[in-house]
Design a binder for this molecule. Structure first.
Ligand SMILES: [Zn+2]
Length: 421
């Protein structure tokens, strides 16, 4: 008890240093080569320099090769601070990502430029400030506070700073788990502070599967006054989108109240055709769907149904033109992340986190699932319980992104609590 009080006070005292560190890190853009950036090398170097004299028991760098990135690598850093039983201690991972998304429309950055951080009104502005800088720094100083006091936590804390979260984790956690499975244990506890709500009362234990797909319909372009001479790809695409929308919703309609929304979603999002005049019947048309699927369903089944509906629509509009059977319909998968089994809502990491939020903030946390997209799923697939939690104003990926300094400091206290208990 006394120990916890001391650590919490120490974290509070580190507030200014935390802000300084966050500012230093924001200055270095760590944008994935997929977005035309250099990757995370410089930022990783900066981070290693910051912690150079900190008494971590072990700091390891695992470089995923990627020739497009600076120095040909995507770095992943693991920093260990052992618990009171040394290497025998139970282990708590706190996993954050080094990379950031591009700034987007620069004219919308009205407070400061994306990589010129500004501290104002209790907030730190800049790209990557909240996503994921705030939590990265919080995790660092949760440990620093214990180090300053010479206190060993109950659990070994493993701070992981990984690359490539924003563009799929192929050079980050996915690579690390595949190439270095020995680093992970089934009884590890994992916190991914990369999602959450404004008052830190939402603990995410489950994610839906994600499927993005594009349908490319090919018909035959013709003047709109002579529809019979061609095949209207737009009409075929409307029929297809309507049927997919209706029938996927009907078939995969079960609800799970753990999630918000409780049902799977199938949304037509993008689409269009190159026709640029009202009197042109387009010869091609695209439709894109974003699907978020409850873990009880398999994406393979859904893809099979999509193909079935595609065949049916092709048959309905079938026409031979110049010896060619139309329409042609191609299905392209843009993104696929199969759902992982949920983390037990009654498991240890959830219980501990709830306790911390209750004790430190006097609030009841709610456990739930989201529409998918964090790297907790990689742990869950391996049977390692992982939760996603942080206190966030949800500024991620937005112009004028900021991190609230109070959130950073208060989350560091919760992280310290998890390590000490
Ligand atoms: Zn993030």
């Amino acid at each position: 008890m006394v120990q916890l009080e001391k650590v919490l006070r120490e974290v509070e005292g580190l507030r200014d240093e935390m802000v300084k560190t966050l500012v230093e890190l924001i200055k270095i853009p760590a944008i994935s080569p997929d977005y035309g950036g250099e990757g995370e090398y410089d930022k990783a170097q900066k981070l290693l320099e910051i912690i150079k004299d900190w008494p971590f028991d072990k700091v390891e760098v695992y470089n995923a090769p990627d020739e497009r990135a600076k120095k040909g690598v995507r770095p992943n850093i693991l920093a260990y601070y052992y618990g009171e039983k040394g290497e025998e201690s139970e282990r708590l991972w706190i996993l954050t990502h080094l990379d950031v998304v591009p700034p987007g429309d620069l004219s919308k950055w009205t407070v400061t430029e994306p990589f010129k951080p500004l501290v104002k009104d209790g907030k730190v502005y800049g790209r990557g400030s909240e996503d994921n800088g705030q939590s990265l720094v919080a995790s660092l100083y949760a440990v620093k506070a214990m180090m300053n006091l010479g206190i060993r936590p109950k659990k070994t804390v493993i701070l992981a700073f990984v690359s490539d979260e924003e563009t799929g984790s192929k050079y980050g956690i996915e690579w690390l788990m595949r190439e270095h499975p020995e680093l992970f244990r089934e009884d590890d506890l994992v916190l991914v502070p990369d999602g959450g709500n404004e008052d830190g009362t939402f603990i995410e234990v489950a994610e839906k599967g994600i499927l993005w797909f594009k349908l490319r319909v090919r018909g035959q372009q013709v003047h709109a006054s002579m529809p019979d001479k061609g095949l209207n790809a737009h009409r075929v695409a409307l029929d297809l989108a309507y049927n997919l929308d209706k029938r996927l919703h009907e078939k995969y309609s079960e609800r799970d109240e753990l999630f918000e929304p409780a049902e799977s979603t199938f949304e037509p999002t993008m689409g269009g055709n190159p026709a640029d005049s009202p009197n042109i019947i387009p010869g091609e048309h695209e439709v894109v769907f974003d699907c978020r699927v409850l873990p009880r369903y398999s994406l393979d089944d859904i893809l099979k149904d999509i193909e079935g509906i595609v065949e049916e629509v092709k048959e309905r509009h079938r026409k031979e033109l110049d010896g060619k059977v139309l329409p042609e319909i191609e299905v392209e998968i843009l993104q696929r992340a199969d759902p992982a089994p949920p983390t037990d809502p009654k498991g240890e990491i959830v219980k501990l986190l709830k306790e911390a939020i209750k004790e430190l903030r006097g609030k009841e946390a709610k456990v739930g699932g989201i529409g998918g997209g964090t790297f907790a799923a990689f742990f869950r697939r391996k049977g390692i319980p992982a939760v996603v939690w942080a206190t966030l104003d949800e500024m991620a990926h937005q112009p004028n992104e900021y991190a609230k300094i109070d959130n950073m400091v208060e989350d560091a206290k919760v992280m310290a609590y998890l390590a000490l208990r």
